[in-house]
Design a protein around this ligand. Sequence first.
Ligand SMILES: Nc1nc2c(ncn2[C@@H]2O[C@H](COP(=O)(O)OP(=O)(O)OP(=O)(O)O)[C@@H](O)[C@H]2O)c(=O)[nH]1
Ligand SMILES: [Mg+2]
Length: 674
Amino acid sequence: MALDQEKLKPFRVMRERLGGMLSDASDVINDLNMSSASENLDKLGKKVNNDTFKIQVIGTFKNGKSTFINSLLGEAVLPAYALPCTAVINEVKYGEKKEAILYFRNPLPEKLPNSISQKALAHMQKHNMKEVPPLHIDYSELEDYVVIPMGEDPKEMLLESPYEKVELFWPLEMLKEGVEIIDSPGLEEDDTRTRVTMNYLSKADAILFVLVADRLCSQAEMSFIENNLYEFGFTDPFFIVNRFDLIPDNQKDGIVRFAKNKLSGFSTNDIFFVSAQQALDGEVQGNSVLYEKSQMGVFTERLSEFLTNDKGKIKLSQPSRELKRILNNEALYKVIPSQRAMLDSSLDEVRARYETAKPQLEMLKSKKQQIIAKLQLRIEQSKAEFKRATYRNTVTVAEMIPGWIREYTPERKLGLVPNRKKIAAVVTEISEHINGKIEEQQKIWKNDVMLPLVKERADYIFDSTEQDLTKLYSEIDAIVIQMSGNEDVAPEPVPLWQRIAGAAAGALLLLPDLAIAGGLNGLTKELAKNVAIVIGTEVLLGLFIGFTNPFVLVGGIVAAILGGHFTSDAALKKIKSMLGDAIVAKVSENADEGATKTSETIASILIDIANDISSAVDNEIAQTEQLVTSIIDEMQRGQANIDARKQVINSCETKIKALSTALDAFIFELIEQK
Ligand SMILES: Nc1nc2c(ncn2[C@@H]2O[C@H](COP(=O)(O)OP(=O)(O)OP(=O)(O)O)[C@@H](O)[C@H]2O)c(=O)[nH]1
Ligand SMILES: [Mg+2]
């Protein structure tokens, strides 16, 4: 039941090949004394080796997500029950030893559930309820932490968890290459927990969407797949139809046809019909017939193929392009020619040129600071605009809700004598309809209003910077030429974007198209477009605060209807008006918080980019200084040293050319295999 290790080989081979090139490159870069480039190579190396594949398991509450993961682990370790249960993100990762680490939120929520674990409480108190460090817990006691608190008081269920996540380490082969499987709280059960799951989506690399065979493809599920998964770029989720054991044999074909009909337009992957419970029982009891029956083996095989063939390549492509850029643009066209030119000058000349350059370099540092300050100011100004736009949209949605409810005729009927079940069904149906309408509206708003606004603001924010930065970089280049004393050293003109992206490692890599697109010229144009796309996702996530959940509303409405003696028509009217009030109240109540959160999320992405630009320029300046000081060092040690140094540079040049050719072949293979 372990994954076929053979299948992971091609990715490992590619990863090792890139690792080998990185370490060869690192030797050359060290020989050339390019220490800040060498730091960048270290970062790349870490990324290549640490890259995780986060596979988020997601789906309506109680569909068997936790059971499904347990069946992969071969043990009932994540709590799974008939009642809504998972409340916290669980990241399952590879570890030789089975263990669990609990992470706390910072800040902690204001009110803690009464039923909270005493051990966790004592730990939080020990740290004065502030910046609480992670806590090792016994993995067999996960239940004390990750489940929805089912205390005496039903209000407990509505409280937010004080825990950020649990990391569960497990010696499972398929997790070895940095693969993580994420168990997330079920959707549609409660706003708080739905939000936990939604917030994690932006970190996920792949989605495993769990449905159930006996209640397949509800309207809410289909709407989620279409409006959330698809919209967020998860165009190829894995669909798992669980609880297939509950379907009588003569109906199985029908279910398969129905599922394919509904789902195949949303993924090119096969749909898997499994029984997570049978798989788990089979493993726990060592009953291979039962495991076989569960069909989980078919799925794990396909998952392993996916991990091998698809995801890895996308992750290797960015670092390999980045390595090539450092080797060509920095080492080959800039550092090597200027080092040669300096070695051909006299020591006194080089020293004198460096003295002249020092104050100029200082000046460039303060110019950079001015550029970044201007960026920050413009971002701050834009924040208010993002907030206004978001708030206005929420108000508009709130105004539309009563009309949507009035116009809607539920398919499910109250009948002559409305009872609890019928009322609940009608409330749920109307809520689902309204949620669908809200989502539709958000989508329109996102595309028509928010994305153009973000793009326009990003243009404004980064526009003036483009000129300033271009000027700054050409001044750095001029100093390099001046210090080497040879006009022939003129570095290759590298597009501004490439230079910035090369030296930056953080937020800019969030912008996938940019990270891959090598030689762009219009930084601003591309940056703005990409920022808008990335932020589009974040904005939608922020707005989930406004979403309503029928299960929370049902109780009060049922009581009101059963308490009064309504005719069927009057009852429907009453339900509609209560439901309308509740949904509008909920949406309005969260309008301000949602708008603040959305504008802050957008601003923080923009600030991250500004910081990245800042450190990119710092790196270039540091590298320039280093270039000359290392040469002065060599020259001080006499002519023999200078000759030896020239030999080293020649051999570096040969090695870089060979590496560059090898990288081209590597990148080509990555593209071919995609
Ligand atoms: N018959 C059958 N029952 C299953 C199967 N998988 C899970 N269950 C049962 O369904 C119930 C819910 O399972 P969980 O794994 O807790 O579901 P979940 O999706 O993690 O639930 P939340 O965390 O609350 O969203 C449990 O009682 C499981 O025993 C299956 O394949 N067949
Ligand atoms: Mg669960």
